[in-house]
Design a protein around this ligand. Structure first.
Ligand SMILES: CC(C)(COP(=O)(O)OP(=O)(O)OC[C@H]1O[C@@H](n2cnc3c(N)ncnc32)[C@H](O)[C@@H]1OP(=O)(O)O)[C@@H](O)C(=O)NCCC(=O)NCCS
Length: 164
């Protein structure tokens, strides 16, 4: 395994991790069989790609903040904090979404990243955060449980947990 010289930090998107972001996300898309078209424009103008993400923005009909989990030159994953819930997000999506790119999985990064993400959420006034995950997503369920997730009633297809 690659040794990380610095403990990963949860920071706003930065151009400093251009290569590892693009290769990590490309590896992830290929592994999952998802669309890679967005990587072309991102690699053509990474400054613009970052500039579109380094400030709070309305998505899912609520304000949201994007963070990248980064150690030195290495980009490990993304976490999004949604500042409020809508009826839809209360069923699926919750306050926080995240992924760790494939090369860095199964090394405890998502568990630690969510811990830091909960701090970021608290700084934005979210003292109690809703997390959801698909019933067959054992990894994400473990990440949520390890951060103190308490199960609540299932309202749609996703499991629901509260932290805080
Ligand atoms: C879910 C995800 C974020 C987990 O990232 P990760 O960095 O591998 O997670 P961790 O290393 O912190 O592992 C957390 C726990 O899940 C377990 N785990 C990790 N991958 C697993 C897998 N594929 N199957 C079963 N368990 C798994 C780990 O063993 C660990 O459990 P333990 O502490 O009891 O041993 C990552 O797999 C991912 O990005 N998946 C795609 C996107 C996604 O599902 N996001 C969440 C949406 S709700």
């Amino acid at each position: 395994m690659i040794t990380l010289n610095e403990p990963p930090r949860l920071i706003r998107p930065t151009t400093a991790v251009r290569t590892s972001y693009l290769t990590g996300e490309q590896a992830d898309c290929l592994l999952r069989g998802t669309d890679t078209d967005w990587l072309g424009p991102a690699s053509d103008d990474f400054d613009a790609f970052v500039a579109a993400r380094d400030h709070d923005k309305e998505r899912w009909q609520v304000m949201s903040t994007v963070f990248w989990y980064v150690s030195g030159e290495h980009y490990l994953g993304t976490l999004v904090v949604r500042h409020t819930l809508t009826p839809e997000l209360s069923v699926e999506g919750g306050h926080i979404g995240y992924h760790v790119v494939a090369p860095w999985r199964r090394q405890g990064h998502a568990s630690r990243m969510l811990g830091l993400g909960l701090e970021k959420a608290r700084e934005r006034g979210i003292s109690r955060a809703l997390l959801t995950c698909a019933p067959d997503n054992d990894a994400s369920r473990r990440v949520i449980e390890k951060n103190g997730g308490v199960p609540d009633e299932q309202l749609g297809s996703e499991l629901r947990f509260w932290i805080g």
